[in-house]
Design a protein around this ligand. Sequence first.
Ligand code: THU
Length: 134
Amino acid sequence: MKIEELINKAKEAQKLSYSPYSKFPVGAAILMKDGEVVLGANIENASYPLSICAERSALFSSHLKGYKKEDMVAFALYGNTDNYISPCGACRQVISELYPSDAPIYLANKEGKYIITTIKELLPLAFSDGDLNS
Ligand code: THU
């Protein structure tokens, strides 16, 4: 699948966002090795801190569909931003747990222009399972 197609999927996912409070819809799409694309969107709550970001909803949905880190090949994020959208700190921690450290993450802006990064780059020195045993 072309990068542009995956970004379009993230744009479609954005339509599923429930963001009446921030009015800032975000969409995510994760491409799997088997060709499936799992979508995510931010879903907010009147009790604001209970809201969930697009990145985490996509990763949790992937997990519930039976996909593991090793199955994932690309991650696209789309927002109505001038600049490239960037995952929040909480999502970076969850991405580092559930998404491969070297796999591409495409951060797109409202025009569909993107930069490519990795979670290793977005969250260096991440806290991980290994730290629990030291
Ligand atoms: N949000 C995401 O879903 N992903 C991001 O990368 C940045 C922020 C959501 C959280 C909240 O629902 C809204 O955008 C405004 O912060």
